[in-house]
Each structure stands twice: as C-alpha cells, then as structure tokens.
Design a protein around this ligand. Structure first.
Ligand code: ZN
Ligand code: ZN
Length: 172
C-alpha cells in the first residue's frame, strides 16, 4: 500500500469517527468527496471541485458538497484560505503539510513554497504540551512581476516629468 493510500484510509477513519461523534450520517457521497479531495494536493475552490468531481463521474449535488465541506472543515481535514480578494480556496490538511503561501499584495497571486521544517528540536521542546499536526504560513510581499511593473511605471513617470520640465525650461 503506498503512502497516499494509507493516508486516505487514515482520513476516512478520522472522518468516520467525527461523523459518529456528531451524529451525522455516513453517506457514500460524503466519503467520495473526502476521497476526491485527498487525491490531489492542489488548492481548489468550490466550483473547480464540483467540476473535477463531475469529470471523474462522481455525482454529488451542490448542496451535498457544501454541507460536506462544512463538516470536513469542522473536523480539520480541510483548511479554508481567503487570500486577499481571490475566491475562497481550500486545500487538504494532511499529506500536504509544512508549506508557506507567498501572497503578492499587488496582484493577489499565491504561490506555494516548501519551507521544509521550520521547527527546530529546541522549538519543539518549548511547545511540547501541544501536538503539532501541520502548519501553514502566509508570507505577504510583492512578486517579481509586480516589482518590475512598478519600476517601469516609476521610470516612465520620471521621464514624462523630465520632458515636461524641459519644455518649460525651453519656453523660459
Ligand atoms: Zn504580483
Ligand atoms: Zn497551500
């Protein structure tokens, strides 16, 4: 059994336990949604999830999808991100851990970066009363494209000002 298969079983057990504890029905649609989410490590929004499930011939209603997503969020198997003005995105939590999100505050694009393990053994010791399952970081900044675009804009503006000044100087 490969690691992802093992992980899928583990999250299925966890979800099953959660559903029992919360007196929720264990429908095959709910498990199919979980299984589908854990088949990829990509970020997704509700529309793209619905589309990709349809493409895989998994028939679930929008209502079931929304309702199941709330359960998956509540039991911590899926995490919700709101990156700036972009649509709400989601991603699985397990098997996708320890990465950072680089968010450009100008264009709103998001990149994932593998940050390795940021917790040194000394840091782990300090927070020993807390079991870390995973972490996800947000790093805000400006991407190279936007930095470049800004430089170009500033340069153009300067040139225009210089030209205007030169014209004025000539008139005098
Ligand atoms: Zn940008
Ligand atoms: Zn992510």
């Amino acid at each position: 059994m490969d690691n992802n298969q093992k992980l899928k079983e583990q999250v299925r057990d966890e979800f099953s336990e959660y559903l029992t504890l919360h007196r929720q029905r264990k429908t095959k649609e709910r498990f199919a949604i979980l299984e589908h989410i854990y088949s990829s490590t990509e970020h997704f929004d509700m529309e793209s999830l619905l589309n990709s499930m349809n493409e895989s011939s998994i028939r679930v209603s929008r209502a079931t999808l929304y309702n199941t997503m709330e359960l998956l969020l509540d039991c911590g198997l899926v995490i919700r991100h709101k990156f700036g003005t972009a649509a709400t995105t989601y991603e699985r939590t397990y098997g996708n851990e320890n990465h950072s999100h680089l968010i450009c505050t100008t264009c709103g694009n998001v990149w994932e970066s593998d940050s390795g393990n940021l917790f040194t053994p000394a840091m782990r010791k300090k927070i020993k009363k807390f079991t870390i399952n995973y972490y996800s970081m947000y790093i805000y900044g400006t991407c190279s494209k936007c930095t470049h675009a800004k430089r170009v804009a500033v340069y153009k503006l300067r040139r225009e000002n210089e030209k205007a000044q030169a014209k004025k100087d000539k008139k005098i």
